[in-house]
Design a binder for this molecule. Structure first.
Ligand SMILES: Cc1cc2nc3c(=O)[nH]c(=O)nc-3n(C[C@H](O)[C@H](O)[C@H](O)COP(=O)(O)OP(=O)(O)OC[C@H]3O[C@@H](n4cnc5c(N)ncnc54)[C@H](O)[C@@H]3O)c2cc1C
Length: 299
């Protein structure tokens, strides 16, 4: 099928895009068009106007300051995957980006498109939840920043208003000093070109990576495709905090995670299976993140 007819608009500034959103009836933003294109081709969305963000250079960047890393909404998965600075400072993001689909999708798909799509199986929502990220939204009224934990409200439904666009995401560096932090994004996937069955994102900060048994000071665990929205499991985090990682701790975490998720069953993975896999993948991500944190002092 082909999309229903629409008018294409290509603004060159954020301001122009926002004016179009305000003026036009039934307008949809377009970023990499990797998801929107499929939805429109199947006529599941038939907007009268497309506001194409690809002409706005100001939306594609990775910026670092002492306190945070900020990534523009039009930054592609490929750029994140290949960023050496992110690999050093926030390795979760290149890791999550590199596991999205194949190169064609990664070359075009964007951070803002992924958050705007709000698929509960998406990689960035869970990764950014485990990194304490925030999203900056822009309208003609100005900008507002919202924690990722408050942005996703219900299945594929967010706090984004009709007249707003996602401008950037930011991640604070204070909770995650690279020399004492490990991060991991692991997923179970049937094939490269599908969304994962379940993914787990974990950040772990230890007190002293050179100690015989480094103690976990802070842990964030988030799951994708395990509920209607990306899910942080704080009860599991508290089990880990204040002690070195242990097999008993991991087993307890897996049980808590399996009992906390509320996944939809799919053709190849029923609900019970996904609950079990969520616990197992949470364990794997924690183990990998802890090992990375302990190895961090060597690099
Ligand atoms: C075969 C295939 C496999 C995939 N596998 C995965 C996977 O494993 N993990 C994963 O995370 N993703 C996966 N994806 C999705 C991929 O990451 C998409 O690129 C992404 O979800 C959409 O990004 P986009 O830039 O193409 O956005 P578009 O398709 O252009 O837009 C998607 C939605 O976001 C809105 N939007 C876009 N930009 C903004 C903005 N700045 N502000 C507000 N709203 C905006 C649009 O209006 C639209 O509703 C897959 C996609 C395909 C086609």
């Amino acid at each position: 099928m082909k999309p229903a007819p629409f008018t294409h608009h290509r603004p060159e500034t954020i301001e122009e895009a926002l004016e179009l959103l305000e003026e036009l009836e039934d307008a949809e933003l377009m970023a990499g068009n990797q998801s929107l294109g499929i939805v429109m081709a199947n006529r599941l969305a038939t907007p009268d106007h497309l506001v194409d963000l690809n002409g706005i250079d100001d939306l594609a960047y990775i910026e670092e300051s002492e306190d945070e890393v900020r990534i523009g909404a039009m930054t592609t998965h490929r750029t994140l995957e290949r960023s050496e600075r992110l690999a050093e400072r926030l390795p979760m993001l290149p890791d999550a980006a590199g596991q999205i689909a194949g190169p064609a999708v990664r070359n075009q798909g964007t951070v803002g498109g992924s958050l705007g799509e709000a698929d509960p199986a998406g990689n960035y929502p869970a990764a950014l939840l485990a990194l304490d990220g925030s999203i900056t939204l822009h309208s003609l009224e100005g900008t507002r920043s919202i924690p990722v934990s408050e942005f996703f409200i219900a299945y594929m439904f967010t706090d984004l208003r009709e007249e707003e666009l996602i401008e950037s995401v930011s991640v604070p560096t204070e909770p995650f000093p690279p020399e004492r932090t490990g991060m991991a994004f692991v997923e179970l996937k049937r094939a490269a070109q599908t969304f994962p069955t379940v993914s787990a994102a974990t950040s772990v900060r230890v007190d002293d990576p050179t100690a015989d048994e480094p103690v976990i000071e802070d842990a964030r665990i988030a799951l994708a495709n395990a509920a209607d929205i990306p899910l942080r499991v704080e009860d599991a985090e508290s089990v880990l905090e204040g002690a070195p990682l242990s097999e008993d701790g991991l087993a307890e975490v897996a049980e808590i995670v399996s009992g906390s998720v509320t996944p939809e069953g799919e053709m190849h993975a029923d609900r019970e299976y996904k609950e079990e896999v969520a616990g197992e993948y949470a364990k794997r991500s924690i183990k990998q993140a802890y090992d990375d944190a302990v190895a961090a002092s060597d690099s």
